[in-house]
Ligand binder design. Structure first.
Ligand code: PEP
Ligand code: MN
Length: 284
């Protein structure tokens, strides 16, 4: 079967052409392997003490990777925009202190090579999912990329964005479902967990879920995290803050370390239960 003969707009991202699931390696950590990977940390790096403290806490509670934004895509130009390179220095230091690999968002090509010096994984945010020059640029790097789903993107458009990165020679793409815009106003976004089995069927790429942005409400994050793992997600991205009420961004959706710890123990129970359940044949 040649790529041309398949009625599928993406080729490199397609499971039809690449039946084996991709495992993205971040040092010793495998995303897309047998256990879900947990990426935790604040929405924004705010200062050195903040990121070092949160990093140590989430590491002790079982996180596998540390997140922290230094270049923030904010709806208002008057909101905190991130610490820029200084924030990345603090993030990298926190990563080294805890042994956790770090991920941070890249918003423009101009800062890409500088950001690559500090992070293990690049994040493309929802607002940039269709920034094609940026996708091509990260596709030319050797860093794994977490590609968030656009606010109003279909799964096909999302996979085509992944295709842009793969097409430049970077095979290490992890998709991240972070909720989409719908008519619903009870939550910040509607977390589309349908995307997990759909993406698993259509693509060989790993998919993780971000229930923090997906709900926008800290008290809903735990339920949706467990649901995501039960649906087969390869991991979670979770915002954690020691003082959500004073966070410079996304406080209302951030878990405290205690809440994060409770979720981690619930998840452990869920994962060990899931491992005991034999796969049931399905049709349709
Ligand atoms: C974030 O991870 O803090 C972020 C801005 O996410 P998204 O691009 O999904 O809104
Ligand atoms: Mn955020």
């Amino acid at each position: 079967m040649t790529a041309r003969s398949v009625q599928c707009p993406y080729k490199l991202a397609s499971r039809m052409l690449h039946p084996d699931s991709t495992v993205v390696q971040v040092g010793r950590l495998a995303i897309g392997g047998s256990t879900p990977v947990v990426i935790a940390g604040p929405c924004s790096v705010e200062n050195r003490d903040q990121i070092l403290d949160i990093a140590q806490r989430v590491q002790k509670l079982g996180a596998h990777m540390l997140r922290g934004g230094a270049f923030k895509p904010r709806s208002s130009p008057y909101s905190f925009q991130g610490l820029g390179e200084t924030g990345l220095q603090f993030l990298a230091e926190a990563g080294q202190a805890t042994g956790l690999p770090v991920v941070s968002e890249v918003m423009d090509i101009e800062n890409l090579s500088m950001i690559c010096e500090y992070v293990d994984v690049l994040q493309i945010g929802a607002r940039n999912m269709q920034n094609y020059p940026l996708l091509k640029a990260v596709g030319k790097t050797t860093k794994p990329v977490i590609l968030k789903r656009g606010l109003a993107a279909t799964i096909e458009e999302w996979l085509l964005s992944a295709e842009y990165i793969l097409n430049e020679g970077n095979p290490n793409v992890v998709l991240c479902e972070r909720g989409i815009r719908t008519f619903e106003t009870s939550t910040r976004n509607t977390l589309d967990l349908n995307a997990v089995p759909v993406v698993k069927e259509l693509s060989h790429l790993p998919i993780i879920v971000d229930p923090s942005h997906g709900t926008g409400v800290a008290r809903y994050v735990s339920a949706m995290s467990l649901a995501a793992v039960a649906a087969g997600a390869d991991g979670l991205m979770l915002e954690v803050h020691t003082s959500p009420e004073t966070a410079l961004s996304d406080g209302p959706q951030s878990l405290t370390p205690d809440e994060f710890g409770l979720l981690m123990s619930r998840m452990e129970t869920l994962v060990s239960w899931a491992n005991t359940v034999e796969e049931v044949p399905v049709h349709g």
